[in-house]
Design a protein around this ligand. Structure first.
Ligand SMILES: Nc1ncnc2c1ncn2[C@@H]1O[C@H](COP(=O)(O)OP(=O)(O)O)[C@@H](O)[C@H]1O
Ligand SMILES: CC(=O)N[C@@H](CCC(=O)OP(=O)(O)O)C(=O)O
Length: 297
């Protein structure tokens, strides 16, 4: 049990962070790997509503890879990945759109609204938020990259105190739908909105030097170190697009990108409002290591 002094210390420790982030946009990418447990999901939702209640402007970008896999299997299609990206033929694209924009998006919107927030769900197609273009790797089908972001609709929602919830499906100029990795969308959107932070919620403690060993968490790193981890194969699978998106968003001016463990209850609050934080924090170039986790930038 907590002593009163501990309770007060924890609340008091949050004050400078609440003050410095009030009015700032924080893009939270909620990955499918961290969505599997419904009680944890409820806590993530509560944290997002908490952030909005203390004046932070959260923008949620969601994934849903595992749920897409479930629905592909139900209709007898095989899930295939290349470098962490889903091989997306036309039938798979239909399932991706139905699952992400239909099921996952609307479930998150409903949960946020039940928790007392006011969420509005959109995908890249709404008000031309995202224009997609095909990736250069032609063998992965309708996998898209972000060609352009028009963040007006998100800015309008945030300015009116709504919490936008964004699915990573977008169309190209001809209306063809594309499946874009949700980390990539979150990173590009954070940059286009001039967000203070990008926070990626996933199912590992953060970036691990050895991903089989959770004690090897890398708490702080910069772009150069992140690139080195990709080149040397320390990161693999879904962590590759995640780290690439952090690098790109930092290079475009977002001040910090965090990779945190969505399986830890209230991971978002712990990362944003405590000195220690819980995950990995990436910045453009390193400063002195050892300071408070969030005040480091
Ligand atoms: N060095 C690493 N540190 C942490 N996780 C890693 C690393 N290399 C690969 N991974 C893998 O990346 C996964 C996270 O990516 P992904 O499954 O796409 O998550 P999400 O659905 O949240 O986007 C982890 O579960 C882990 O298996
Ligand atoms: C191109 C590509 O891989 N798109 C992803 C989009 C969803 C996503 O990114 O979900 P997670 O964050 O849960 O991994 C996919 O089809 O799974």
């Amino acid at each position: 049990m907590f002593e009163n002094s501990d309770r007060v210390r924890i609340l008091s420790e949050a004050l400078p962070y609440i003050q410095s982030f009030a009015g700032q946009t924080l893009v939270v990418k909620y990955g499918g790997a961290a969505m599997k447990d419904s009680s944890l999901k409820a806590q993530v939702i509560r944290d997002i509503v908490f952030m909005a209640s203390v004046g932070i402007r959260p923008v949620v970008v969601h994934g849903g890879g595992p749920e897409i896999n479930v629905w592909l299997q139900k209709i007898g299609l095989e899930a295939q990945f290349l470098n962490g990206l889903r091989v997306t033929d036309a039938p798979t694209m239909d399932v991706v759109e139905m699952v992400l924009v239909g099921r996952v998006n609307k479930e998150l919107v409903a949960l946020i609204n039940q928790a007392g927030g006011a969420a509005v769900g959109v995908c890249g197609k709404d008000a031309n938020l995202i224009t997609a273009r095909p990736t250069e790797e032609s063998q992965i089908g309708f996998v898209g990259e972000v060609a352009n972001i028009n963040p007006d609709v998100i800015a309008a929602l945030v300015n009116a105190n709504y919490i936008p919830v964004v699915s990573s499906v977008a169309a190209d100029e001809n209306g063809q739908a594309y499946n874009i990795n949700a980390d990539t969308v979150a990173g590009e959107l954070a940059a286009a909105l001039g967000a203070e932070k990008l926070i990626l919620l996933t199912d590992t403690p953060g970036l691990l030097q050895d991903f089989h060993d959770p004690t090897t968490l890398i708490k702080h790193l910069d772009i150069q170190q992140a690139r080195h981890l990709i080149e040397t194969g320390v990161v693999s699978g879904g962590m590759i697009p995640k780290l690439n998106c952090c690098v790109r968003t930092l290079a475009q001016g977002v001040r910090a990108a965090h990779i945190i463990d969505g399986r830890v209850p209230h991971a978002l609050l712990l990362e944003i409002f405590t000195d220690e934080g819980i995950g990995s924090m990436l910045v453009a170039t390193s400063g002195p290591v050892g300071g408070p986790h969030c005040a480091w930038v």
